[in-house]
Design a protein. Structure first.
Length: 76
């Protein structure tokens, strides 16, 4: 049997020699960004308000009362 292969690293330092604290800070920032992106993808989409044209409550109204000025209320 052959030895298991090591997984490739997610981050590679190409140039320079960063300190352990700098690498830890970079890792923390990347982990926080990934968690925020995951939470945003899982969050339900906010409900859009119903348009006034599609609102069925518009058709339900009180009948106009007879009397002076009743014709004005019939259009509401």
């Amino acid at each position: 049997m052959s030895a298991p292969e090591k997984p490739s690293p997610h981050l590679v330092v190409v140039r320079g020699e960063p300190a352990e604290e700098e690498l830890a800070a970079l890792t923390a920032v990347l982990a926080a960004r990934a968690a925020a992106a995951r939470a945003a993808a899982e969050a339900p989409e906010p409900e859009r308000p119903v348009s006034g044209w599609r609102d069925r409550a518009r058709g339900v109204r009180t009948p106009p009362r007879p009397g002076p000025g009743a014709w004005r209320l019939s259009t509401r």
